[in-house]
Write a new protein. Structure first.
Length: 176
């Protein structure tokens, strides 16, 4: 993939039963970067190539890691309610074996993720304690929002830089 171009992947079918040979079936299409449709970017852990799975990409068989295959399976199922049609997925959207292309794409990754309509972080399949961890992360995020609101309420009463900001707020501002 050359600079100025962006490859995106779309699912051919959102119904696993309708996919040929039961394989995840995707299409890849190249767009000019100035006319790229809205897309979702997938961030995931690659995992091992051991136990690789096969997908169809433009009707050609392609091996992907088990972790990517599970992520693709979940994304396809989520499409029924999410509505994201196009995806940027590094392992599918550029040739990982071509050092020049890979170098160009790695340099573009910040922009790719920045311009995505949403970024999906795939951490892997659910484990026994996954619900507990997700609940804990939700509590942290709620606490972080409340703490930020409290900070803004306190700091809005003071002018920044006049030396009159309470020590507690100054300390918090330095640590964030």
């Amino acid at each position: 993939m050359l600079a100025g171009l962006c490859a995106l992947v779309s699912f051919q079918s959102m119904n696993a039963a309708m996919e040929p040979e039961g394989l995840i079936n995707c299409t890849i299409k190249t767009f000019d970067t100035d006319s790229t449709p809205e897309y979702c970017a997938l961030s995931y852990t690659w995992g091992s190539i051991e136990n690789a799975k096969t997908i169809l990409l433009n009707d050609a068989r392609m091996e992907v890691t088990q972790n990517l295959w599970v992520a693709l399976e979940q994304l396809r199922d989520l499409l029924l309610w999410n509505g994201c049609e196009w995806f940027w997925i590094d392992a599918l959207c550029f040739n990982q074996k071509d050092k020049v292309e890979k170098s160009i794409q790695v340099q573009n990754m910040r922009s790719i993720y920045k311009h995505a309509g949403s970024v999906i972080a795939w951490l892997g399949s659910a484990e026994e304690q996954s619900d507990t961890v997700v609940s804990f992360l939700n509590l942290i995020s709620i606490g972080a929002v409340e703490q930020s609101i409290n900070f803004l309420e306190i700091s809005s009463k003071y002018r920044w830089g006049d030396g009159k900001l309470p020590a507690q707020v100054r300390s918090h501002a330095k640590s964030s």
